[in-house]
Ligand binder design. Structure first.
Ligand code: ATP
Length: 288
């Protein structure tokens, strides 16, 4: 088997007495686009900061492309983009790109200039005068010009309006198609990841509750919907149940049970998968 892009073994990070991430074991192949999802405080940023070497693990091991991550050392081949799109406000875009060129050993200035020009972002404008969407695009250009093997994005579109969100995600996918890097991006908005990601990691309370190839996960689950009044007639143990008044949806992993009258089996969306697996860990939401 080829060397995984990300190999984490019982990786954990504790803040004082509380765990931000615990027992995280992952094997993710190179070239994947990984969607990292979970509610507030689930541990997404903690995992991303461990990947980039910004945080030191409390337990476990982490290798990227077969090389151990050394916290505190800038990881060669890893580019990080956070939701603030940190840039030097007073610099002109051209100066920003020059500064990034000087700071990065691995840098393709043509990539940065061409992207910024193609997007119609004026090179002489100050970063502080750019729109949120333009700023995000400049930050993405800086990340891509580093020619990363692994591109890590922490909620990159959180602060953007819907159009700018779509544009940034489009740019990301175009870049991914040209340059076969591995991408990990976190988001609260599962629907936004649906068309982008081919690998899913769901975190809750610092633990991985679901991970795997998106197509395989979708194929391995089925969603049954029917009248809440006859939910007791459905045999088997669902991952979780979502009761909405007179209609209940049950997510099953594997072969579904025979359907009582009025029930039907349907395909599963990424959102169904995520929400049902998150609900499975919360007893109050499981009860039908
Ligand atoms: N520096 C810190 N000191 C103490 N606790 C922290 C620190 N950073 C994170 N935590 C805690 O660790 C847990 C995981 O936080 P983390 O920021 O990784 O979650 P997240 O999934 O990124 O959340 P959000 O979606 O709100 O950004 C939370 O309970 C958080 O309060």
């Amino acid at each position: 088997m080829s060397t995984p892009a990300i190999a984490a073994r019982t990786l954990g990070r504790r803040y004082g007495r509380a765990w931000g991430l615990r027992d995280c074991t992952l094997d993710i192949g190179a070239g994947r686009v990984v969607g990292l999802v979970g509610p507030n405080g689930a541990g997404k940023s903690t995992l991303l900061n461990l990947l980039t070497g910004l945080l030191r693990p409390t337990t476990g091991e982490l290798e990227l492309f077969g090389r151990p991550v050394r916290p505190g050392e800038p990881a060669d081949g890893v580019a990080y983009l956070d939701q603030r799109h940190a840039l030097y406000e007073s610099f002109r875009v051209r100066e920003m790109l020059e500064a990034a060129r000087r700071l990065n050993r691995r840098w393709d200035h043509r990539v940065a200039l061409d992207r910024v020009r193609e997007l119609g972002i004026p090179l002489e404008r100050r970063v502080g005068e750019l729109s949120g969407g333009q700023r995000a695009q400049v930050a993405l250009s800086v990340a891509l010009a580093r020619r990363p093997q692994l591109l890590v994005l922490d909620e990159p579109v959180a602060s953007l309006d819907p159009l700018a969100r779509r544009d940034l995600m489009g740019s990301l996918m175009a870049a991914k198609a040209e340059d076969d890097c591995t991408v990990v991006l976190s988001s609260h908005v599962v629907s936004e990841l649906e068309r982008l990601c081919d690998y899913l990691v769901v975190l809750d309370h610092g633990r991985v509750v679901l991970s795997g190839d998106v197509d395989e996960l979708m194929a391995a689950h089925v969603l049954l919907t029917g009248p809440s009044s006859t939910v007791d007639e459905v045999r088997g143990v669902p991952v979780s149940a979502d009761r909405r008044g007179t209609v209940t949806a049950l997510l099953f992993r594997g072969t579904p049970p025979p359907l009582p009258p009025g029930w039907r089996a349907g395909p599963v969306s990424l959102e169904d998968l995520v929400l049902h697996h998150l609900a499975a860990g919360r007893p109050t939401e499981v009860a039908a």
